[in-house]
Design a protein around this ligand. Structure first.
Ligand code: AHR
Length: 627
């Protein structure tokens, strides 16, 4: 097979936002995932604001005769009224009757399927406390088998201060356990109220509370944008359970948290609207805020009543972009970000096009946002790939979850789409079902071919992102996902690694290329593209040729590059990246995280005429440095 590319052709510049990320609070992606908070249900509010509330996974340390625990509406935080009351019946000084056990009694939190505590690392532990006792509280991380990993004593003089006070300590772990718990115990008889308990590693991504290894994995993809915080999560089954931005900003102690009724778990909303904007900034991506437009899975606010929802969103935009002397810009500044976030895209709902009142509601948001923020681009939920939309939009949302063969053939989906009108935002794509398992090579190859199709159509496709991004393996709500993790490990599925083949495409020039073969070789299973990317750090260009061989026959790819002299090829800056595996359904796992990962070798034969092997069922990227 011969692939001809002319590097001197100006080509067509692809959007700087072409490939990005979609972050949704699904599968504990944020709560118990990217958000590094170790405590689950930090405010004891998981059952709502009435008592008794659900305080699990907190549990009692001590017997019924030694200690009683329960929830009470006695918190100092008006938006989080529930606190935990601990009544200690035993006492260390009571030699004869009810002496507390060694280590005391109280409560413990196992985090999200165990806390990852690493020897030498520091953890910031904070909580609010009220008591009229003078006592010692032991704050400790305890391993799964009961060993003390680190312990600090907090001495409290409740006699002089009976009011709530914030305790804040840093614990340095002396040993490691990946499934530890946080315990708060005492051996002094009396009543104690505790609320808003937090434990965070002090070392987080850019110091902003994101779990470092997970944030690094997504930053490595050089994403052009970050769509957040959902998905269905934004809609809710019921509106009462939808994500609402204003409940997720400000001090953590006063974020009410909410039960996400689509993916069925409670979130303390530590990862909220602010954190989504901050994450986008930290990974160099343009933020795309998906907001609720008054529509959930089961309900739709009539357009005549949508005014307060529109106002809510305008204030949300003010939170992101307003000056520090605006109402909501001031809240953002107080949270540590006086500069506005560059919010230039918003999506009006998620998958709501066919639901009652969508168009009417959409138009109210559209008019109000364009009036106040004419530079913001609006994304409609209605598919504009089949025909013109009946309403104005800058982009339209396009979601596709399908089989491998279907996605492979869908690389042509946008070939014949109208070149006028709003551009496509393929904000969710993935191979699902039997072809994917929990993340197969087969799925990733079809996705690679589909993405090459999007590059070729990037005059009308502005953005694309895989979905979902993350899964905590302890609570899979959706299969497959790009990044799998537990409390201490993480790995990319083949679908994650295929995205690495596209990370230099944003803003690169798509070059015309021609594939030829003799009559005995079928090209039906071969998909290719060629782009010229500029490396800002070295100042030189790269020619990047990608090829997916979706067939069972190995191919030899002869690359013929014109428009550039042979001496411009820089072999030391030239690489071959190849993803393949022995079995089509091969997956990565915690025990074998690198089974299906790209092999990167130096392209020592880099030149205007070179041959590369393209194994059956593989994706290849040839990155050739040009001086
Ligand atoms: O990515 C998982 C879900 O798929 C998203 O929440 C939703 O938009 C789609 O249906």
């Amino acid at each position: 097979v011969t692939l001809e590319v002319n590097v001197s052709d100006p080509g067509r510049q692809m959007p700087a936002t072409l490939f990005g990320l979609f972050f949704e609070e699904i599968n504990h992606a944020g709560s118990g995932g990217l958000w590094a908070e170790l405590v689950q249900n930090r405010g004891f509010e998981a059952g709502g604001q009435d008592t008794p509330s659900i305080f699990e996974p907190w549990y009692k340390i001590g017997s019924d005769a030694q200690v009683i625990i329960g929830t009470e509406r006695s918190s100092p935080f008006n938006r989080n009224p529930v606190a935990l009351k601990i009544t200690v019946l035993c006492d260390n000084g009571d030699e004869n009757n009810n002496k507390c056990p060694k280590g005391g009694v109280g409560t413990a939190n196992p985090g999200f399927w165990g806390m990852n505590i690493i020897a030498g690392s520091k953890y910031q532990v904070e909580f609010w406390l009220r008591s009229s006792n003078t006592f010692n509280l032991s704050v400790a991380f305890i391993s799964a088998n009961g060993a003390v990993l680190t312990l600090e004593i907090v001495s409290v003089d409740g006699k002089s201060n009976r009011d709530w006070s914030k305790q804040s300590i840093v614990l340095t772990a002396k040993s490691t356990d990946h499934y530890a718990r946080l315990s708060l115990t005492t051996g002094t008889k009396g009543e104690y109220w505790i609320d808003q308990v937090s434990a965070m590693p002090t070392d987080t991504f850019k110091g902003h509370g994101f779990r470092k290894e997970l944030a690094t994995m997504i930053a490595d993809l050089k994403p052009g944008f970050l769509r957040f915080p959902g998905g269905c999560y934004v809609e809710g089954v019921r509106l009462a359970n939808a994500f609402r931005w204003r409940d997720s900003v400000g001090d953590y102690e006063n974020r009410p948290g909410h039960y996400g009724d689509v993916w069925n778990y409670w979130s303390d909303d530590g990862f909220g609207y602010f954190e989504g904007l901050q994450l986008a900034e930290d990974i160099g991506a343009a933020p795309i805020w998906v907001f609720n437009n008054g529509i959930s899975h089961w309900e739709s606010v009539p357009t005549a009543e949508i005014g307060p929802w529109v106002q809510d969103v305008l204030e949300g935009i003010e939170f992101a972009r307003g000056p520090v002397n605006s109402t909501w810009g001031a809240v953002r500044a107080q949270m540590g970000h006086p500069d506005p976030f560059p919010l230039l895209y918003v999506a009006v709902g998620n998958e709501d096009c066919e639901k009652p009142y969508y168009r009417g509601n959409y138009m109210e948001f559209y008019k109000a946002i364009k009036l106040m923020y004419p530079d913001i681009e609006l994304i409609s939920n209605c598919d504009g790939s089949r025909g013109p939309l009946d309403h104005p939009a800058d982009l339209y949302d396009y979601h596709i979850y399908t089989t491998a063969n279907n996605l492979f053939s869908m690389r042509h989906s946008f070939d014949r789409t109208s070149r006028v009108g709003p551009k496509a935002f393929v904000s969710e794509y993935a191979v699902v079902g039997a072809d994917s398992g929990t993340g197969s090579l087969l799925a990733s190859l079809a996705e690679g071919a589909f993405l090459i199709g999007l590059e070729l159509n990037s005059d009308i496709v502005e953005m694309a992102s895989y979905a979902p991004l993350f899964v905590n393996a302890n609570d899979r709500r959706w299969n497959p996902d790009a990044i799998v993790f537990n409390s201490w490990q993480q790995y990319g599925t083949p679908s994650y690694w295929v995205q690495h083949f596209f990370k230099n495409s944003n803003g690169a020039d798509l070059l015309p290329s021609t594939v030829k073969a003799d009559s005995s070789t079928s090209l039906a299973m071969l998909v290719t593209s060629a782009v010229r990317a500029h490396n800002t750090s070295s100042g030189s260009d790269y020619l990047i040729v990608k090829a997916v061989n979706y067939g069972s026959n190995p191919l030899n790819l002869n690359l013929e590059v014109s428009g550039v002299s042979a001496n411009r090829f820089n072999a030391t800056e030239s690489y071959i990246m190849l993803l393949t595996s022995a079995g089509l359904m091969d997956e990565n796992s915690f025990t074998n995280p690198a089974k299906v990962t790209p092999q990167v070798t130096k392209a020592t034969n880099a030149g205007p005429s070179m041959e590369v092997a393209l194994p059956a069922y593989s994706i290849l990227a040839l990155q050739l440095g040009l001086n």
